[in-house]
Design a protein around this ligand. Structure first.
Ligand SMILES: *[C@@H]1O[C@H](CO)[C@@H](O)[C@H](O)[C@H]1NC(C)=O
Ligand SMILES: *[C@@H]1O[C@H](CO)[C@@H](O)[C@H](O)[C@H]1NC(C)=O
Ligand SMILES: *[C@@H]1O[C@H](CO)[C@@H](O)[C@H](O)[C@H]1NC(C)=O
Ligand SMILES: *[C@@H]1O[C@H](CO)[C@@H](O)[C@H](O)[C@H]1NC(C)=O
Length: 389
């Protein structure tokens, strides 16, 4: 008996144990099935992995992959925890990351013979091939649905990528401060289908809400906070009418605007708890004041704003120390001023009739999307929300 060193050039393989015992005179010598595929130490595939197993060896892990030939392209393995992960993508690309104690292996470097008779069989994408020893040669294996597709990642949500039949997963919001609606659970059914889910994360987080009639200059409140604002009172974070709130709500996110506000800001005008108008602004690269301008408007129910580029005022600071969050087309004598919204914080003798409001601040907006003469609408409540992803 000799000791043979067998290398197969068809595999560019790093052998963990590359010595195989054989007998040169054996006439039917065949490739040894115990030979491992190419192992890459200290890295793992970060995404596209669809199924985990625990307490199995790397050979069993690769076998599970080979039994899912249509889908499984590589495996991750952790030698300490004996954890195995099957992945949809081939090794390489942006998808690889470092892993302490991890091993990664591309399944194309493994011998098909680990899958025994299933090596000849192509089951469906969601299926696992099972050798069927009891059956005759014409039916050596069966295909069973064993996983679902990777779950849909809805905007702003996170969900585990674990898809075995019977598994229940839970959606969460990436930004845990955001509110959500709907059922967060989905279950992989025996047919390879997920149960449906209406889960959705509210895309906006409330950062500022003006409470009419409680006093204070909302421009100062927006810019610096000050004594008419609260950062924490939950009763001031309910959208729309809320008699128990005596402050303007101001989130501390406003103090970190350029760092935290990466996408969009929405201004919503509320009346009786319902949004009646909104304006969405591009906010990337803006500061606390500059986002509120005509060029940044992305969409709005105030279509008239989109039809013109010249405004006498389109700013948070607004006019004098009287009108804030002010979008106004022209000054044409008070009754003929065409505006969309303003927040009156101070009434001066030289002001217009509509500046003389009994309770300040007063939020005034027009109902006509094209803009118009100012309707008095004291108890509407504009709120400012910011989009976080
Ligand atoms: C995984 O493979 C799919 C299909 O080839 C590809 O579209 C996707 O970008 C890959 N994912 C990563 C993270 O490389
Ligand atoms: C899975 O979903 C598809 C598409 O909605 C549907 O055609 C099929 O009948 C579903 N199968 C099962 C087992 O629910
Ligand atoms: C809050 O600000 C107003 C206006 O500046 C001022 O009159 C009032 O005294 C302040 N209240 C407190 C408690 O600081
Ligand atoms: C603005 O309001 C319209 C009409 O109510 C609504 O369809 C749209 O979704 C709102 N936009 C945002 C960003 O909330």
């Amino acid at each position: 008996m000799w000791v043979l060193f067998i290398f197969y050039t068809s595999f560019s393989t790093y052998f963990l144990s590359n010595t195989v015992l054989g007998n040169e005179v054996c006439p039917n010598f065949s490739p040894d099935p115990l030979r491992l595929g190419n192992l890459q130490f200290g890295i793992h595939m970060k995404t596209s992995c669809f199924r985990s197993f625990y307490g199995i060896s790397i050979t069993e892990c690769a076998t599970e992959c080979l039994l899912r030939k249509s889908r499984c392209k590589s495996v991750n393995y952790w030698r300490i925890s004996l954890k195995c992960q099957l992945c949809q993508n081939m090794t390489g690309g942006d998808n690889m990351g470092p892993s302490n104690g991890g091993v990664h292996s591309d399944i194309s470097t493994w011998s098909q013979s680990f899958a025994s008779s299933c090596s000849e069989k192509n089951c469906g994408y969601l299926e696992r091939c099972m050798p069927n020893r009891a059956a005759g040669p014409s039916n050596k294996h069966v295909c069973d649905i064993s996983e679902c597709p990777l779950p849909e990642v809805k905007p702003g949500t996170a969900i585990d990528q674990e898809t075995g039949v019977g598994v229940t997963l839970r959606y969460t919001c990436i930004n845990q401060r955001l509110k959500y609606t709907g059922n967060p659970f989905i279950t992989c059914q025996s047919g390879g289908n997920w149960t449906g889910s209406d889960f959705a994360c509210d895309p906006y987080e409330l950062v500022f809400q003006i409470t009419p009639g409680v006093g204070g200059d909302v421009y100062e409140a927006w810019m610096h906070g000050g004594n008419y604002t609260t950062n924490s009172d939950k009763s001031c974070q309910t959208l729309g009418k809320n008699p128990s709130c005596k402050f303007h709500f101001r989130s501390s996110i406003l103090d970190r605007w350029s760092v935290e506000v990466k996408s969009m800001v929405k201004v919503g005008i509320y009346k009786d708890g319902r949004e009646v108008h909104n304006i969405t602004f591009k906010a990337v690269g803006s500061n606390l004041e500059s986002w509120f301008s005509r060029p940044n408007v992305l969409s709005t129910t105030y279509t008239g704003i989109l039809h013109t580029n010249t405004f006498i005022f389109f700013s948070i600071q607004g006019y004098d120390t009287m009108r804030r969050f002010y979008i106004n087309l022209n000054f044409d004598g008070c009754p003929k001023d065409i505006a969309w919204m303003m927040v009156i914080v101070e009434s001066k003798p030289n002001g217009c009739q509509y500046d003389k409001q009994p309770d300040l601040p007063a939020i005034i907006y027009v109902t006509n999307p094209e803009g118009g003469l100012i309707d008095k609408d004291l108890y509407s409540k504009p709120t400012l929300g910011q989009h976080l992803y």
